[in-house]
Design a protein around this ligand. Structure first.
Ligand code: AP5
Length: 214
């Protein structure tokens, strides 16, 4: 099964994708994570991407489409994938349709997490991640069971994203509404779009997604 989780920054795309991975034998493909890996590696692409990401703008469609196209060919995608953060523009959505047809793959669901923008600033500015295993947390909404210790791996080392500050988040939200929101109409017209209330509690959102995916 292959699906897209759509939604603005902070909607819970990453949080929910990680929860669905194991249950439905799919792999999360986050273009944001792929780009952050490029930044961490110090590659030429990473250096260019860092400036754009820190401002809350988008990387070029061509780079992103090539990145996803080669990633989907990996063995770990054969049972299915969850696209998190891609597509993000209508040209990316059109390129995805073409790419899937060429690879004889099908998109089973497109699910949009609907949320209020103002709440997203608080969600994102309170977010932090385990540096060792990547588990995600929040200062108020998703604290580790023991303060300062990762529930999953016991590490005490955490990081916060460079683009997770109020100013950049507001720019990311504006960019989302201008360039990404039209994708919902694109998939709505194809009859495969479903919406889930992303303002509900994390477990309730997971339950609704699981109900849709069966
Ligand atoms: P990316 O990494 O994709 O960031 P984003 O879309 O801004 O999404 P986030 O990761 O911020 O939000 P999320 O929905 O995953 O929220 P999360 O689950 O963590 O992209 C970063 C940048 O890379 C872009 O700005 C762009 O520059 C570039 N880029 C990436 N893809 C691109 C593309 N295709 N084309 C061009 N450029 C691209 O949740 C947030 C917090 O809220 C967490 O702490 C969580 O615990 C909490 N939370 C989640 N759900 C709930 C809930 N229901 N209730 C309470 N708290 C919740």
């Amino acid at each position: 099964m292959n699906l897209i989780i759509l939604g603005p920054p902070g909607a819970g795309k990453g949080t929910q994708s990680k929860r669905l991975e194991d249950k439905f034998s799919m792999i999360q493909l986050s273009t944001g994570d792929m780009l952050r890996a490029e930044v961490a590696s110090g590659s030429e692409l990473g250096k260019q991407a860092k400036v754009i990401m820190d401002a809350g703008d988008f990387i070029s469609d061509e780079i992103i489409i090539n990145m996803i196209s080669s990633r989907v060919d990996h063995d770990d995608c054969k049972d299915g994938f969850i696209l998190d953060g891609f597509p993000r523009t209508v040209p990316q959505a059109e390129a995805l349709n073409k790419m899937l047809a060429e690879k004889s793959l099908k998109l089973n669901h497109v699910i949009e997490l609907t949320v209020d923008d103002e709440a997203m600033v608080e969600r994102i500015c309170g977010r932090f991640t385990c540096s060792n295993c990547g588990s995600g947390y929040h200062d108020s909404f998703q604290k580790p069971a023991t303060d300062g210790v990762c529930d999953s791996c016991g590490s005490t080392d955490f990081t916060r994203r460079a683009d997770d500050n109020a100013e950049t988040v507001r720019n990311r939200l504006t960019t989302y509404h201008e360039q990404t929101a039209p994708i919902a109409t694109f998939y709505g017209d194809q009859g495969i779009l479903k919406q889930v209330d992303g303002m509900a509690a994390i477990d309730d959102v997971t339950q609704k997604l699981e109900n849709i995916l069966g």
